[in-house]
Write a protein that binds this ligand. Structure first.
Ligand code: FES
Length: 879
């Protein structure tokens, strides 16, 4: 039956579909793009906010029928002048990164400021409580709302800096369009005749598939095609390092995790597609899953993945000197086992892909992946066609943090488009997203360490075992990185480190911001605190005596030749540390180091093209992914710095028009590699301009920027001067607790080489600290029999706005000669030391040494308003 309502002042008459939410009605039928689908039907991220009869509501929880008779306002319906002013406020305050959560928050701001024109921080935090932001750490959102309030009161006119060079706070590329929801993400794409896809996942982490019956799904009205393994014309298995991950599990095979895809459906609307996917019947022979790393390593353990014998993906070893003898000879010696948890990325935009057959026989694929050239290679192989037959374009990425390196549903979406000859869009639900993509590794870390009577480290012996789950992903590299950073930014003369990546039927683990280094840091910082206690030294002083300087050697064996700012980072913290101690506050300190670039012997590329367009702009093509970290803006600034042109003249693009494959956007390397490549191309353009050419006269000309790094060595390689990574970022952080042991303040000092954009840089660090506090206190993704037992965003434990303490950032510049204008990556290191600093502060508060994450049982953990897992998915509802 038709319903009637008013949408942004216009009367609507619509007949709702069975199972249709108001959000789906607004987006899929009425074409709005400001309400985003982050977690339908959970109502926990706030991205789908609308005003219903004047009240802010999450529309993904409301059945479409309930819109009958209502007046609905979305961000599109706010008066244009106010919309622009709000958007400018968010951009000027650097209050957005990936942007996916922002339209909902902008609408919330409109509503809040109408009620309270001069809100306090507490009011703002309370108003934002419904909203989740995984990128910003909320602090710049608070500033944006305050700026918007002043602007609406007529006190200021927010003017984001439109253009500038290195060192300037240039506004984020496309910031206003992102803030208003006008720049489409993949899930915003629509085409005439487009079909909607849905997946059927394995109900069991380990079960042999005896039969898949798709007849009921195929018989449903509106279903156009169902596809299974039998429909794959090319290579069914894909993977970044190992071809061990099937796009579909076939009949007769055994599943490896609950994220395995058994079938996909294409239908006329999303509701029909999901109902049909659920109607697919699978006959399983269920086997007990392997879910414990120690069980998995037993000789008689079932094999998780045929392609990896013994369930052992990799072992990384570093031995330097005789650690046993050095430990025996140490004045002080400590040992213990630290444990870290599985963590979900919780990027706000679930995986979505769009594929469309083109008239010339090729296929267009819109992706949000972290490496579009890897996406193209793997999708083309899956379809059994040459890569030239697949054109891939990157769309704004609503957060990734490492979780979108591996393929998710790009190949299945491409296949459905090929099979139907029609455009197809497939978007995962939040639960499916959590089941499918790789997580942060849970790692068990056993450490023994010693120091001399003055507190100088003598030796570390460490054994790390990481649960890498069902597929290789990049798990071996994560554990290798953990091994190479096992001793943090400290001078340790004698080492014996071993890190194993072990396969289980748990969800796969792979890249996540910090890439194994956070886990090692948590253990090593705990070691230092225990040694400080044993040696009777202040923990700050113990660190000062041991942090590396130029000329020292890292855990990986690399001698540091340049750009080591950890000593200065520590000194920047000293006044706050001493003031907190003098005030009787519990305070903890920790240090961190994180590589920039993959290194370890990999040949790495930065590739760009600058093409002068007829309209006087310069298209800036690069092979890495903008995912909220600000890469596009930084590349514009580098190009502007070199050429003297306004940065806004350079228009970032990422697609497969040019062969710019550089691998994944990972390892804090986008700025380092693409930055240098942009400089190389921009210098040629600059020379042409200096010779008298104009942009108009250069229209059509393309400048090539290619750099290659070939001088790093594999971990453990016996060479005279091993260089495992091009460069490293350094950080030191303080965590200060209040009188009840709750988070009060974080002070973060970071050596970033060169500050390219101060606002974006501070925003990256604040956002990373937010993620680090969740790592420390509230976030986890426990599984039972390989199935995540909580897939609701609140239960996963991401800190909300009201939980976030003040984060004071100090930027240190230890110039990096191999970086663009001296810069080095800052994407990951912001959360490397955080958990260690929290643990140290908690010990200072109550004398309890905590070695297991998350520290939910602590006073600071209990004060976090999220993170309690209440609802479990009943076993009988797994499907
Ligand atoms: Fe908020 Fe990315 S900017 S989730």
């Amino acid at each position: 039956m038709a319903i009637h309502f008013e949408l942004n002042g216009t009367r609507q008459e619509v007949e709702p579909r069975e199972g249709e939410s108001l959000l789906s009605l607004l987006r899929d039928r009425l074409g709005l793009s400001s309400p985003k689908n982050g977690c339908e039907p959970q109502g926990q991220c706030g991205c789908c906010l609308a005003l219903i009869d004047g009240q802010p509501k999450t529309t993904c929880t409301i059945p479409a029928q309930r819109a009958d008779g209502k007046a609905i306002v979305t961000l599109e319906g706010v008066p244009e002048e106010e919309r622009r002013l709000l958007a400018r406020s968010f951009v000027a305050a650097a209050g957005l990164q990936c942007g996916f959560c922002i339209p909902g928050i902008v609408l919330r701001t409109h509503h809040l400021l109408a009620q309270s024109p001069d809100p306090s921080r507490e009011e703002i935090a309370k108003a934002l409580d419904v909203h989740l932001c995984r990128c910003t750490g909320y602090l710049k959102l608070f500033e944006a709302v305050e700026l918007a309030a002043r602007a609406l009161r007529g006190e200021v006119d927010p003017q984001p800096l439109a253009a500038g060079g290195v060192g300037e706070a240039v506004a984020r590329h496309q910031g206003e369009a992102l803030a208003l929801g006008e720049r489409p993400y993949v899930d915003d794409l629509r085409r005439e005749g487009m079909l909607f896809g849905a997946v059927h996942l394995s109900a069991h982490a380990r079960a042999t598939v005896r039969a898949i019956d798709t007849r009921a799904a195929e018989a449903m009205e509106g279903v156009v095609r169902v596809a299974t393994a039998a429909d794959v014309p090319g290579e069914r298995f894909h993977g970044l390092l190992h071809q061990d991950w099937p796009g579909f599990v076939a009949v007769g095979e055994t599943t490896r995790c609950v994220g395995d895809v058994l079938a996909v459906v294409a239908a006329r609307d999303p509701q029909t597609a999901r109902r049909a996917a659920a109607a697919i019947a699978v006959d399983y022979e269920v086997h007990p899953p392997v879910v414990d790393v120690h069980e998995a390593m037993r000789p008689d353990a079932p094999r998780v993945n045929d392609r990896h014998p013994g369930n052992l993906l990799s072992i990384s070893k570093i031995v330097l000197g005789d650690a046993e003898a050095a430990l025996r000879g140490s004045a002080h010696r400590v040992e213990g086992t630290w444990r870290t948890q599985r963590i979900e990325h919780a990027f706000l935009e679930p995986e979505a892909a769009f594929a469309e057959p083109r008239e010339d026989g090729t296929l267009y694929l819109a992706t949000q992946g972290q490496g579009i050239f890897d996406d193209r290679r793997q999708v083309a192989a899956f379809l059994g066609v040459p890569e030239a037959e697949v054109f891939v374009e990157l769309f704004p990425n609503g957060g990734a943090f490492g979780g979108k390196e591996d393929l998710s549903i790009q190949p299945q979406t491409a296949l459905l488009a090929r099979l139907t000859g029609r455009p197809v869009k497939l978007t995962l639900t939040r639960e499916q997203s959590i089941r499918m993509h790789p997580k942060r590794h849970p790692i068990e870390l056993r450490y023994e360490a010693g120091c001399d009577a003055e507190g100088r480290l003598t030796a570390v012996r460490a054994r790390l075992i990481g649960d890498t789950g069902a597929y290789a992903s990049v798990g071996e590299k994560v554990l290798r990185r953990a091994a190479g950073h096992a001793c943090g930014p400290y001078r340790v003369p004698t080492l014996d480190v071993e890190a194993a990546a072990v396969m289980t039927n748990n969800p796969p683990c792979g890249a996540m911001r910090g890439f194994g280094v956070n886990q090692a840091s948590f253990a090593m910082e705990g070691v230092l605190d225990a040694l400080a206690e044993a040696a009777g030294l202040d923990p700050f002083e113990l660190r000062r005596r041991n942090v590396v300087e130029v000329g020292d050697t890292l855990t990986s064996g690399q001698r540091l030749e340049k750009s080591v700012g950890i000593g200065e980072c520590l000194e920047r913290l000293r006044p706050a540390y001493e003031a907190a101690r003098a005030a009787g506050k519990a305070v903890g300190v920790a240090c961190g180091i994180k590589n920039s670039g993959i290194g370890n012997g990999a040949v790495e590329h930065g590739r760009t093209r600058l093409r002068v367009e007829a309209d006087g702009t310069v298209a800036l093509y690069n092979g890495f992914t903008e995912m909220g970290q600000g890469l596009s803006t930084l590349l514009q600034q580098f190009a502007a710095e070199v050429t003297g042109l306004p940065s806004s003249r350079f228009v970032p693009r990422t697609d497969t028009s040019f062969e710019l494959g550089c691998g994944q956007t990972t390892g804090s390397r986008g700025t380092l590699l693409s930055g240098r490549a942009v400089i190389a191309a921009a210098e040629q353009l600059r020379d042409d301009l200096a010779a008298g050419a104009t942009l108009e006269s250069l229209a059509g000309k393309t400048y090539r920027g290619e750099i290659e790094i070939t001088d790093t060595h594999p971990l453990g390689k016996k060479v005279e001067r091993p260089k495992t990574h091009t460069t490293y970022g350094f950080a030191a952080q303080l965590v200060i607790l209040d009188a009840e042991g709750r988070l009060e303040k974080v002070v973060a000092a970071h050596d970033v080489g060169r500050v390219v954009n101060p606002d974006l840089c501070v925003g990256q660090i604040q956002g990373a600290v937010h993620m680090g506090l969740g790592h420390a206190l509230s976030e986890e993704l426990p599984c039972v029999d390989g199935m995540p037992i909580a897939t609701r965003l609140r239960e996963i434990g991401v800190l909300r706005a009201r939980d976030m303490p003040e984060v004071e950032v100090h930027l240190v510049e230890a110039h990096e000669p191999e970086g663009p204008f001296g810069a080095k990556g800052v994407g990951e290191i912001g959360l490397v030391p955080t958990a260690g600093a929290v643990a140290a502060a908690l010990f200072a508060f109550d004398g309890v040494r905590r070695r297991t994450l998350p520290m939910k049982d602590s006073p600071a953990g209990r004060a976090i308003t999220v993170g309690r897992i209440r609802a479990r998915i009943p076993r009988e509802e797994w499907r």
